[in-house]
Design a protein around this ligand. Structure first.
Ligand SMILES: [Mg+2]
Length: 379
């Protein structure tokens, strides 16, 4: 069983409402989809998402595709997909960084490897521990009354009872007041967390985290710049409210550094930050050994990318802060035939072969910026 081809597509998917973050407001979400095919014509599919072009990081959709096509695809052709860890070790020797590109390649190969064995991908990672996981929703309209209404609707539907507020954009003090009003409105029915996405300096963080802690917020994510490990250590030591590292928690070496210097007492996992699923399991192991709380993060993937995260997170013993893999609920359309299911405030882990999702190729073609396929030509 050998890999014959690897295709990469950039898709622009419409979303249901503008999604405001510190660095960017998303109105359509760009995802990169990978398709690997073996010599028998079996396929594996994967997806990673990015946020706001280059505003989150250097891995733009265009860079991911260009680097896969030019540098990674030639290294995976002819390889046996079941040896995905060895394949990615060899890729890493020749391709530095590019964690998003590596993730889309590794995940497609894992999907193919698992499908060829007729098992869910989580069987290749020690098996499923969780059947479902708590899932937070991001209130990101920027309007207090609208956010409260949205939260109440979600509680009524038993969809979410953890709400994350993205408060890195605009006046920090007004934003803290916005959070306080929302926490007051939902009371004990819901947990409120905040994500600053690196937007504050340490003085602002000192003042605002004290107020957020008083308001009953249950977690503060990446208040300082990703490079400011020392500042994060000071904030973590100073406050009782958990401080989570997200943008700073990239490779396993950075996760180890966070653990060692306590630059956060919890970390957000995201396969695309760590460089793939195998690397995410390693990051989770370092965090577990150090007693850091774990959170199943999202880059706002659609159903396929969410299934990849969900299946992996389902193999991690304790997800103290649950997950935020609500992505599919934010999209107007779907590139898979089946949907990710949500019930009783949790996301249900897909358990079909591979990552458990059946690709809708017509939708991939419809939303792809360009659909030219080496694979199609050869089939
Ligand atoms: Mg974050």
């Amino acid at each position: 069983m050998k890999i014959r081809s690897f295709d990469t597509y950039i898709l622009d998917l419409p979303i249901i409402r503008p999604h405001q973050l510190a660095m960017h407001t998303i109105t359509a979400q760009s995802v990169v989809v990978g398709r690997v095919m073996d010599e028998e014509g079996r396929e594996g599919w994967s997806e990673v998402a990015t946020i706001g072009g280059a505003s989150y990081g250097e891995s733009t959709p265009e860079a991911i595709k260009a680097n896969i096509d030019a540098y990674i695809t030639p290294l995976v052709i002819g390889r046996d997909p079941i040896h995905f860890d060895k394949i990615m070790m060899d890729v890493s020797k020749q391709v530095r960084g590019n964690t998003f590109a590596k993730t889309v390649v590794e995940a497609a190969i894992i999907d193919l490897a698992a499908r060829s064995k007729g098992v869910p991908a989580f069987e290749l990672f020690g098996g499923q521990i969780h059947k479902s996981l708590p899932v937070a929703w991001t209130l990101a309209s920027g309007d207090t009354a609208a956010d409260i209404e949205e939260a109440r609707g979600m509680l009524e539907k038993k969809r979410h009872n953890i709400f994350k507020l993205k408060i890195g954009k605009g006046d920090p003090f007004k934003n803290v007041e916005h959070v306080r009003k929302i926490k007051q409105a939902v009371g004990d029915e819901a947990r409120i967390t905040v994500d600053i996405n690196q937007a504050w300096d340490e003085d602002t963080a000192n003042y605002c985290i004290a107020a957020l802690q008083d308001a009953g917020v249950s977690m503060v994510e990446q208040p300082l710049a990703a490079w400011d490990f020392e500042g994060m250590s000071r904030l973590t030591a100073k406050f009782d409210v958990p401080v989570m590292a997200d943008e700073a928690a990239t490779g396993i070496q950075e996760v180890f550094r966070i653990a060692k210097t306590r630059a956060g007492n919890s970390i957000a996992l995201k396969p695309c930050k760590h460089g793939g699923l195998t690397q995410t399991k390693k990051a989770a192991g370092i965090a577990e050994a150090a007693g850091l709380g774990l959170y199943g993060g999202t880059m706002i993937e659609s159903s396929l990318g969410t299934a990849i995260c969900a299946q992996l997170y389902a193999t991690i013993p304790e997800m103290k802060f649950g997950t935020e893999i609500f992505g599919p609920l934010l999209f107007k359309d779907n590139i898979t035939v089946n949907d990710i299911e949500f019930a009783d405030f949790e996301v249900i882990i897909p358990d079909g072969p591979g990552f458990g999702m059946e690709i809708d190729k017509e939708k991939v073609k419809h939303y792809a910026r360009e659909f030219q396929s080496e694979t199609e030509m050869r089939v």
